[in-house]
Design a protein around this ligand. Structure first.
Ligand code: ZN
Length: 68
């Protein structure tokens, strides 16, 4: 699974450090939604323990799916 979110597009909704790890793990903007899908502290943990369907569902839920 590869993630290549366009960083300039992310700036619309998030003004933090705009990285994939930030959105998937850290961004307070997405905390509530994220906790419905997974709760991990590192990217390797995410990809090891959370199935791709849940990750994609989260991304779709926060409205970034079209950016992938
Ligand atoms: Zn953020």
């Amino acid at each position: 699974m590869t993630l290549s979110i366009k960083q300039e597009s992310l700036a619309i909704v998030c003004h933090c450090a705009l990285t994939v790890a930030h959105v998937l793990l850290e961004c307070n903007h997405y905390n509530v939604v994220r906790q419905r899908y997974f709760n991990v502290s590192a990217l390797h943990e995410l990809f090891d323990t959370v199935n791709a369907q849940s990750i994609l569902a989260f991304i779709r839920d926060i409205g970034l799916y079209r950016l992938l």
